[in-house]
Design a protein around this ligand. Structure first.
Ligand code: SAH
Ligand code: SF4
Length: 410
């Protein structure tokens, strides 16, 4: 059971963009200063305006220059004549029986607003002690992991840094995380005190961000890096880098730079302990096999027992779930500060895989636990709204097709 709100044409929907106005959301601080210099401000003033804007955009969640009360009216007008503070349009917001929320967001192409818009999904998972936002990095994915529904969809394009951040900003707004915001009436499912949006620390609804939505973040490295550096900036959204996790299927050449330049937590979608099987499940393995991948993990900058790599392992019945697989997993990871996250396979229409039985998953987890690894089994969340790992975008596609059928038969 789920609740679905159709928020099309909501007041916060992205206004049609005009090509001459560019968005300030997603610019780095130097880029923001350059944008101010570009409208004629001298260096000192550009710096001051850039830091005011940063605060309004990321701390206060403002989308309208008119609300920037410490900026004179005339200059507010200059800003709105030249720039946008756009957010994605919310096409739909679904709320699962377990409190998970899934948004379908729509973006226009920033360079050419006349191109058809693209749609992506973002998921919010509330738990008693945290609230995790699962963010997309691409529209679809160029990789073709055989158990992942996103992998059956062709990539339309990379998301820009502003579009990646737009997911966080929009979710914060919907969850009442900005000052003056009001928590949704959710029967206590969203963490944090009711009606106290904008407060700091763990009382915020969104305490953690995982780059585990649609797409391979390391194939959109520059934009993901910029977005995550902005999200973790202490003068802005201020999420600790320890509460941000970047998940990769194993794009080895970008693992070291990600650790050095972004410095967030790392998750590796391992899923198999032999190259022949991993070639099939995660085909990027043909390019960057297990040896290379694990070597990149061993040398991941900042790795320590306090900052472990999470290895994700999807439990596929009779494919990768034997006792021998569990033992080999333990052997492969020896020497790497690691956590192992066992993910029950989430089915999607047309898949040939089944999820391992609970008894099998328990037995697998026991072997891994007995070897000294924490290996929580990830509880699937939001299955009723098709929001679980690897299911994103599918329902949207079905809806689109249904809508199209309805249109053609009308
Ligand atoms: N592209 C990145 C991040 C997005 S996928 C990556 O592959 O790491 C987030 C996690 O969900 C990955 O570990 C992915 O392998 C896993 N996943 C994909 N499809 C799944 C499915 N149907 N059931 C369970 N987990 C799945
Ligand atoms: Fe892409 Fe990750 Fe899905 Fe593989 S698991 S197809 S890398 S989104």
């Amino acid at each position: 059971m789920s609740i679905a709100l159709n928020l099309d044409h909501a007041s916060n929907a992205a206004r049609p963009t005009t090509p001459r106005r560019s968005s300030l959301v997603g610019l780095s601080k130097p880029q923001l200063r350059e944008a101010m210099a570009g409208i004629g401000l001298d260096e000192r003033e550009a710096k001051m305006r850039a830091s005011q804007l940063w605060n309004w955009i990321y701390v206060n969640g403002v989308t309208d220059f008119e609300r920037m009360s410490n900026i004179q009216k005339g200059f507010r007008q200059t800003l709105s004549d030249n720039f946008l503070l756009d957010r994605p349009e919310i096409v739909s917001e679904q709320i699962s029986i377990d409190g998970t929320r899934k948004w379908l967001f729509r973006y226009r192409d920033p360079k050419n607003p006349n191109l058809p818009p693209v749609e992506i999904e973002t998921v919010y998972i509330p738990e008693s002690d945290r609230g995790t936002l699962c963010v997309s990095s691409q529209v679809g994915c160029t990789l073709t992991c055989s158990f992942c529904h996103t992998g059956t969809q062709t990539l339309v394009r990379n998301l820009t840094a502003g579009e990646i951040l737009g997911q966080i900003l929009m979710a914060r707004e919907r969850l009442g995380d900005f000052p003056g915001g009001v928590r949704p009436d959710d029967g206590g499912l969203v963490p944090g005190p009711r009606g106290s949006g904008g407060s700091e620390g763990d009382s915020r609804a969104i305490t953690n961000v995982v780059m585990m939505g649609m797409g391979e973040p390391l194939y959109n490295y520059d934009n993901v890096k910029q977005a995550l550096l902005i999200a973790s900036d202490e003068a802005g959204i201020s999420l600790s880098k320890r509460r941000i996790t970047l998940s990769t299927s194993g794009v080895v050449p970008f693992i070291e730079p990600a650790g050095r330049e972004i410095g967030t937590m790392l998750a590796i979608s391992l899923h198999a302990v032999r190259d022949d099987l991993r070639d099939m499940l995660v085909p990027i393995n043909k390019k960057y096999p297990l040896n290379d991948l694990l070597e990149a993990c061993r040398t991941y900058p900042g790795l320590s027992n306090a900052r472990r790599i999470t290895f994700e392992y999807v439990m596929l019945k009779d494919i990768n779930d034997s006792d021998a697989d569990a033992r080999e997993l333990v052997r492969l990871l020896s020497g790497i500060p690691a956590k192992i996250n066992l993910i029950p396979f989430n089915p999607w229409p047309g898949t040939n895989y089944d999820c391992s039985s609970s008894a099998r998953i328990e037995r697998f987890a026991d072997i891994v636990n007995n070897a000294g690894y924490a290996s929580p089994v990830r509880t699937p969340r939001g299955r009723d709204i098709f929001a679980a790992c690897g299911q994103l975008k599918s329902e949207t596609e079905r809806l689109t097709k249904r809508d199209r059928d309805a249109l053609t038969s009308a």
